[in-house]
Design a protein around this ligand. Sequence first.
Ligand SMILES: [Fe+2]
Ligand SMILES: [Fe+2]
Length: 324
Amino acid sequence: MAVTPITALLGKVTSGKPARASKTRGRLIPRKVKFDWSDTPVDWIPGHPFASHFINEINLLLPAGEFWFCRLYNQALPMVTDDKLRDDVQMFIRQEAMHARAHGGAVADYLNKRGIETESNTRQEDWLFENLLGDKLAGRELKSDWAKKQWLVFRLGIIAAVEHMTCVLGQYALDNKNWDAVGADPVLLDLLRWHGAEEVEHRCVAFDLYRHLGGTYPSRYYLSLIAMPVIFGLWAHGAAHLMKQDPRFAAKRPSVFRPWVWLEWQRQSKTGMLPSLPALLVRQLPFFSPWYDPAKEGSTEEALAYLEGSPAAAAAMMADRSAA
Ligand SMILES: [Fe+2]
Ligand SMILES: [Fe+2]
């Protein structure tokens, strides 16, 4: 006799029909973007060097993390039993790999070309994602398939918590017109908004995959409590690394372990050039709700409208069409 999985039964109890594994509307589209960094200054937000460095830091932070997402999602793919979700995951991998490459290009062709040292910071990021969050647990090879799956699902849960925040930040980038008002560099703005729009576009995939592979509700609490300090700590740490190289900030001796970076972040957020840390922490709260639905966290219409007009995304789509 066929046994109905408990998750399918629970879906029937709560909604009258089995819950859909994928909440993503339509098909995700990977866009092979290119950016020309030749005219982008380090102070890409004129008159706001702190905010410029702070946002430039995401170029250092993201490639290692996003390639880590791709590695884990490739491991998870054979376990996905729903066709739509499998396609979402495949397209998510292609989008995230492109994000990582685009930010890696900004490190090499923009920051390094302006004499900014990034390697000592990116080496730390690589170590974190390849070792601490790699396939070995505390340096030990996992023997059983059960243990390997549990460790994988735990890390997929961290990705789901992070992807909630990347959607929040993506929507912030789409909505923040203060950058345009002060004449921010259009290429860097397009990088942020293309990436942000794709984060909004694929915002359901990580949570859908986590739940599909058995991720539970209570785990969302400790996953967020792990993920949020790591994200914001790495962000402030990397930003301090960039500011340390800028003589205008030398007297402040920027460091993630000194209050100045955190206090200045809060002060600068009042200029409208950065999101404030308390506001971002508040935006993480919906992830804790039993009724959490990532589809409600951003606007797909706004994201797709931006991608239609984004210089980099529009050029990528044009190149794809002429190659087809
Ligand atoms: Fe991304
Ligand atoms: Fe993402």
